[in-house]
Write a protein that binds this ligand. Structure first.
Ligand code: PGA
Length: 227
C-alpha cells in the first residue's frame, strides 16, 4: 500500500491524473472502473485538459460504471451514468463504456474484458465503496442495495434539493477487489476518521474500504483527510 498526503486538492488532482496517465501510457487499452462523487472531479478535469492538449490519448480505454441509482427514467438528471459520461468519458474521448444496469450483464461483460485493470474510488463517509454499504464483505457481488441514511445524506448535495433515490445497483466488492490496481482518493476533514478506520483499523464488513488493503492500493489524500 502506498499512502501519499498532498498539500491540497489541486495537488491531489494533479498527482491522481499523473497516476492514471502513467498507466494508460503503459497499457493504452486499460479497463478502468470510474467513480463519480465530488472527490475525483479535479483529477478528471486534469486528465481532460491533457487529452485536449494532445499529451494523453485515452481512445482505447474502456470505462466501467461503478454504481447507479435504481428506478430513474432515462432522462432523469440524477443518473450517475450521465455524470460519468460528462465528467470522464466524453472529455477524455473514451469510446468504450461498460454500463451498469443489470448485474448479470455487467458481470458477463467485465469477464469478457478480462476484469478490471484499475479502480478509481472515492470513500463514502460511512466507509462504503461504490454503494457497497456497510456491512459489505469482500465477496459481496454486484447487486441492488438499499442506501443507508449516511449515503442518502451525503448524496443530497449532488442534486440541488432533489431527493436521493433510495436504492442503487453497485459493482460488487468482488469486482472492486479484483482490480489489478486500486486508487482511493480522499479529501476533507470529514473523511479523516473513516480513512483512519479503513487504513489503520481491522478489516471489517462495517468498513468496506478496509478490504482495499488486500489490493495493490494507492491512497491519495489531502492534508485535512490524512494529516
Ligand atoms: P464524495 O463521495 O467523493 O462526493 O465525497 C464519495 C462516496 O460517497 O463514495
Amino acid at each position: 500500500m502506498t499512502v501519499r498526503t498532498l498539500p491540497d486538492t489541486l495537488m491531489l488532482a494533479e498527482v491522481a491524473a499523473d497516476w492514471l496517465a502513467q498507466r494508460v501510457a503503459l497499457k493504452p487499452e486499460l479497463t478502468v472502473l470510474v467513480a463519480t462523487g465530488q472527490t475525483p472531479m479535479g483529477m478528471y478535469g486534469r486528465l481532460a485538459a491533457r487529452v485536449q492538449a494532445g499529451t494523453l490519448d485515452c481512445s482505447q480505454v474502456t470505462a466501467v460504471q461503478l454504481d447507479e441509482y435504481s428506478g430513474l427514467a432515462p432522462e432523469d438528471p440524477r443518473r450517475l451514468r450521465d455524470w460519468m459520461m460528462t465528467s470522464f468519458v466524453t472529455p477524455l474521448r473514451i469510446l468504450k463504456v461498460v454500463p451498469l444496469d443489470d448485474p448479470a450483464t455487467f458481470t458477463a461483460e467485465l469477464e469478457a474484458l478480462g476484469g478490471l485493470d484499475v479502480a478509481i474510488l472515492g470513500l463514502g463517509p460511512n466507509g462504503h465503496l461504490g454503494f457497497n454499504e456497510p456491512p459489505s464483505g469482500p465477496d459481496a457481488p454486484t447487486r441492488e442495495v438499499a442506501l443507508t441514511p449516511e449515503s442518502l445524506l451525503s448524496n443530497r448535495h449532488y442534486w440541488n434539493g432533489l431527493d436521493v433515490p433510495t436504492r442503487a445497483v453497485t459493482a460488487g466488492m468482488d469486482v472492486i477487489l479484483g482490480a489489478r490496481e486500486t486508487l482511493l482518493l480522499v479529501s476533507g476533514a470529514h473523511k479523516r476518521a473513516i480513512l483512519g478506520a479503513a487504513l489503520d483499523g481491522p478489516e471489517t464488513p462495517e468498513v468496506p474500504a478496509s478490504y482495499l488493503r488486500r489490493t495493490a492500493l494507492t491512497v491519495l489524500a489531502d492534508q485535512e483527510a490524512r494529516p
